[in-house]
Design a binder for this molecule. Sequence first.
Ligand code: FMN
Length: 442
Amino acid sequence: MSYHNPFTPPRRSATFDDHTLAEIRRAAATGIYDIRGAGTKRKVPHFDDLLFLGASISRYPLEGYREKCDTTVTLGTRFAKKPITLKTPITIAGMSFGALSGNAKEALGRGATIAGTSTTTGDGGMTDEERGHSQTLVYQYLPSRYGMNPKDLRRADAIEVVVGQGAKPGGGGMLLGQKISDRVANMRNLPKGIDQRSACRHPDWTGPDDLEIKILELREITDWEKPIYIKVGGARPYYDTALAVKAGADVVVLDGMQGGTAATQDVFIENVGMPTLACIRPAVQALQDLGMHRKVQLIVSGGIRSGADVAKALALGADAVAIGTAALVALGDNDPKWEDEYQKLGTTAGAYDDWHEGKDPAGITTQDPELAARLDPVAAGRRLANYLKVMTLEAQTIARACGKNHLHNLEPEDLVALTMEAAAMAQVPLAGTSWFPGKGSF
Ligand SMILES: Cc1cc2nc3c(=O)[nH]c(=O)nc-3n(C[C@H](O)[C@H](O)[C@H](O)COP(=O)(O)O)c2cc1C
């Protein structure tokens, strides 16, 4: 006999929610794991969980339009003969040609140049469009070695040795066959149209001592001129930062788990790594313990969206930030004007993350010539420059309100946390208290 309960509506499980059930069905139907782009979509403690205090009687604010608040940053002051100076501490993260169209790479270069900041190559090597339109270009040296050649090392303004990414610390790169066009295949020395999965670790070294030798090699090739960055995914930021410094880095790039990717297994994006917020203080502590804070610069990335995020990262001790996803959105990615086409791909603007499939209606994450032609690199570059300008002004506004005449003078004392988790991770007091949990060591 069945019993129908007329009083309580059917109850869904928090553990087996709709998304989980759909994923189980998808896995059962296809037998393959899900691959997607972008960063983690789950909610993790983030910059939103911090607030600035601003100045009142105990601190003295600066006048918005009259008193200067400097935003410049110099990267590579430790060993490089030619450090780079940027007008804003917001840089463009490495995103490969291959993952992105040539027009998108050009637009990133144009936008960064107008804003007075740097852009970065990526897994696919350096394109002429990108070099030509980027005043300051950082060249990535990756485990895959794709697109690597000594001439481009010398054409770059700085070199970024990629050990890992926040979206997939410990994981390798992916570029699906549909994006391996003739040009991409040629630059990476790969057969056209075949899925590429690249190495998760550099074949040339097995540990920090070898990394030191590799960095020396790169310095010799570039006559000790170029700043050398080391990029790590946010996993063990205290030790990874300390080892990067020991290996001879000029700059450490630390990418938290919200960091975007062109393509990785969803299970990886959602379950491996640490939130960006949790990575910064241990990395800064490592630099301070070694007497290297501000001597070796720290660039933080992973989920940076606004001038407030920038100001918070800098207040926690970073020298600069890098943006990936937000820069693509500024270019025109996931724009609702393409909604009809997103619907045809089975998604919606704002949720489109199949960047590896190469069907991007906005012409950004594609190698399809017709789609790529939709992106005007000049107009897109201008949009990016506007966005970078707004973020810089926002960060400046906050810094002035905290009484600071340089963004780098922001400090943890300017912040409070809204949650216990954020208080523990950022090591700033819970709002209204003088207390934060976990005053231990890393
Ligand atoms: C489309 C795309 C392509 C990327 N390609 C690379 C790459 O080639 N090398 C790399 O080190 N990181 C790559 N990344 C990661 C970015 O450099 C950066 O770490 C990350 O996007 C920062 O997080 P955010 O997207 O939240 O700003 C890529 C990210 C995106 C979104």
